[in-house]
Design a protein. Structure first.
Length: 80
């Protein structure tokens, strides 16, 4: 689970990278910075699960919620 949360944090750090790139001073801004901004916006650094889905925080939270709900349902049926 901790690996999944860490992988999801990589996806959320992309916004910080783009904000920092947009705050580059005009003296240092050049074509390489512009190309890197374009690349990061179109190809964010994410971990992809077998080419089928991106690991994001919301996905990890949805999986955790589903597991907790499943366990609660099992616990209710166990008492019957």
């Amino acid at each position: 689970m901790s690996v999944s949360v860490y992988a999801a944090s990589i996806y959320s750090k992309n916004d910080d990278i783009v904000k920092n790139l947009f705050s580059v001073s005009s003296d240092a801004y050049n074509i390489e910075v512009e190309r890197f901004i374009t690349f990061v916006q179109h190809h964010p650094p994410v971990i992809i699960g077998m080419g089928m889905f991106k690991v994001t925080k919301s996905m990890v939270l949805q999986i955790a919620t589903t597991l907790i709900m499943y366990e609660l349902v099992l616990a209710q049926y166990k008492d019957l």
